[in-house]
Design a protein around this ligand. Structure first.
Ligand code: 5BU
Length: 269
């Protein structure tokens, strides 16, 4: 099965069956951006401030909601309002990894009620397919069309064990749940790792560890550039410190937006 990476997002939006993937591709075309801001800020004020300033240039805002010192309903109301105002999706990078029953509670309940406000969440397939079934059940019983899941197929940190048969199983399990799984988080396009029978398959590739000016950090993070990620078949580029920790974050987000969009244009011709 040939990868769909060489098709324009507009075409992929048109033919995709997952409503949230359709919306994501259309948003990317509309905003001419494939940038996902990893907004790893630790106060609600900073998070909302960055979401407001950078929102016009991104398609998805990725959160780690549990790193906030002052999480409250105000955080969620602010994020939801800004997501509508600037038209971006919210991705809670929760990396679920447990038995289905527990994950369901973590997804829809607790203090965070992630399903209520996050369009996208991610999980690993370490526990087997039950984790995806659990997330799918929650989404389907809520009856909403704008929720989806990414599978964590690879990690960017040095010495990551998310490789080989684990990565291959991620792709195989993703294919069993096309109504829920939007794609995967990986350093490159991976569909070719496992044979697919389905011709119209089109999973989205989100790539973390994107940075224009740094190669990594002191705790094992390893970066690639927007150009190398796009050349490897990535669709959406996740960048955190490269943008929010820059001396001028608005100028930085515009730089990532241009680099990502130019590389996308070059790929689709
Ligand atoms: P950075 O500041 O661009 O290094 O932030 C990267 C973000 O992506 C951060 O929120 C990580 O938790 C997240 N991440 C990652 O860096 N590598 C991975 O393999 C995965 C997530 Br999965």
């Amino acid at each position: 099965m040939a990868s769909k990476s060489n098709l324009p997002f507009a075409k992929r939006a048109e033919r995709h069956k997952h409503p949230l993937v359709k919306r994501l591709f259309s948003l990317a075309e509309k905003k001419q951006s494939n940038v996902v801001l990893s907004a790893d800020l630790t106060t609600t004020k900073d998070l909302l401030n960055f979401a407001d300033k950078l929102g016009p240039h991104i398609v998805v805002l990725k959160t780690h909601i549990d790193i906030l010192d002052d999480f409250s309903q105000e955080t969620i109301e602010g994020l939801t309002r800004l997501s509508k105002q600037h038209d971006f999706l919210i991705f809670e990078d929760r990396k679920f990894v447990d038995i289905g029953n527990t994950v369901q509670k973590q997804y829809k309940g607790g203090v965070l009620k992630i399903h209520d406000w996050a369009h996208i969440v991610n999980c690993t397939v370490l526990p087997g397919p039950g984790i995806v079934q659990a997330l799918e059940q929650t989404i389907q019983s809520a009856g909403v069309a704008d929720r989806g899941v990414l599978i964590l197929a690879e990690m960017t940190s040095k010495g990551s064990l998310a490789t080989g048969s684990y990565t291959k199983a991620s792709i195989e399990i993703a294919r069993q749940y096309p109504k829920t799984i939007m794609g995967w988080v990986a350093t490159k396009e991976l569909s070719q790792l496992a044979e697919s029978e389905v011709d119209e398959e089109d999973f989205v590739v989100f790539t973390t560890g994107v940075n224009i000016s740094s190669k990594g950090d002191a705790l094992g993070q390893q970066y690639q550039t927007p150009e190398s990620a796009m050349a490897g078949g990535s669709d959406f580029l996740i960048a955190g410190r490269g943008i929010y920790a820059a001396s001028d974050p608005v100028a930085a987000v515009k730089e990532y937006q241009k680099a990502g969009w130019d590389a996308y244009k070059a790929r689709v011709g």
